[in-house]
Structure formats: C-alpha cells, structure tokens
Design a protein around this ligand. Sequence first.
Ligand code: PGA
Length: 250
Amino acid sequence: MGKYIIAGNWKMNKLPSETAAFIKDVAEVTKNASCEVVCCTPYVCLSEAVKAAAGTNVKIGAENLHFEDKGAFTGEVSADMLCDLGVNYVIIGHSERRQYFAETDETVNLKTIKALSKGLIPIVCVGESLQEREAGITMDLIAIQIKKAFANISADDAKKVVVAYEPIWAIGTGKTATAEQAEEVCSGIRKILGELYCPVCAKEITIQYGGSMNAKNAAELLAKENIDGGLIGGASLVAEDFAKIVDAAK
Ligand code: PGA
C-alpha cells in the first residue's frame, strides 16, 4: 500500500530550547528505521528541529499553516515560511484545530492545495466523534471529510497526500480503536479515494491511524492491510516510546 510513515505530533508541548536535543535523541533511536520518521513540532520549535534533523533520517513537519501566501493575517504562518525553514510535512485539519480553532472542511481543502503547491506533504486528518460513531454515521462523515479535503486536487497531487484517520474519541484518551475498527475505516477511506481517483492511485496514498497509538498497540494496528503508519501524540514525546512504534512499522 502507501509508503509507511510514522509521524509524531507534539501539539503544544516542548520548548524551543529542548528541541534540538530531543530531535537528536529521536534520530539516534530511529536510525535503523525502515519507514519514514517525522516529527511535527510547534512553529517556534521548527527552526531548531530542522537544524537538528539535518543529516539524519528524521523529517520535520509543522502542525498547521495558513492557506494564503502572505498578508494581513496576524499570528498566522504561510507555506512559504515553512518551506524557507526547510520543513517537509504539515498536519492539516487536526480535530483539535477543527474543534477549537474553527477549522472546516473548506479551509482544510484550501490548506491542502496550498501545501501541495509549495511542495509540502500534507497530513490531512479526518475522524468521527463518539456521538457520530454511536449514531452509526462514521463512514458517511469520513466520506464527506475526504471528498471535501480532496476537492480540486489532481490524481498526481493526491498521491502525495497522507491521510490520518483519527477517531476523536481515541485521541489522548488512552482508548485506542481496535485494529479491526481502524482497519474498517482506513479501508473505507482507500475505497473512497479509489472512487475519487482510481484504485491504483488510492493504493499509493499513505493512510495513517492516530489516537492513543503506543508502543504496546502499534504492531497490531500497523499489521493491518490499509494502515500505512501512525500519527502519534503523547507517545511521540518520549524518544524511546516513539522508537518502539517506528520499530513496529517494520
Ligand atoms: P494521541 O494523539 O496519540 O495522544 O492520542 C494523536 C493525535 O492527536 O494526533
């Protein structure tokens, strides 16, 4: 299926002054990785992270970007700014941004298009709430999120996008989706992408699972046919824990 990518999402954790040493630790403990290793850090840590990752196999990502190129958007950060720092990846549409910062399917789409146009690899997050899962509308909701996120994106560009399936009820709760639940939705996502583009294109797209993935449950999740990696929050803040997940991606 898609290329295996294990990405850490630091969220609002770690200081700029802690970043270089931590990235070096991650690089050391993941130096034999057989998958792509990414650390997505707060904006203010990116510069240090990129410098520390130079010459290692760790790639650096941001946790958000703005969809405009420049202008009067106080507090925002553009794709060009991220590229100028040497950033490779950017998380788009994380459920925390959708919930607390008014991110919508439309802004997710604009940001994804912008990231692709600048050569950044977008990690586009989708996922249902517990209420939506209990109402039996998970796949309908995910289909809408995927179709809107990929609107006006060509098949060639779509292949560069990473999709992260993150059930909201599993994020930071310690309650992981079972491997079967995660596989069901990830295979559903691949089917939708196959319909939007073509089944062969859909196979090239990396689909990650995220939500309380850790050293213990990673192997079972990553063994599933349609799970090509993980987006890791809490467990990405301890280098050894993150490395165990990277190892599980073999
Ligand atoms: P978690 O976060 O691993 O701490 O559940 C995952 C995420 O929100 O990306």
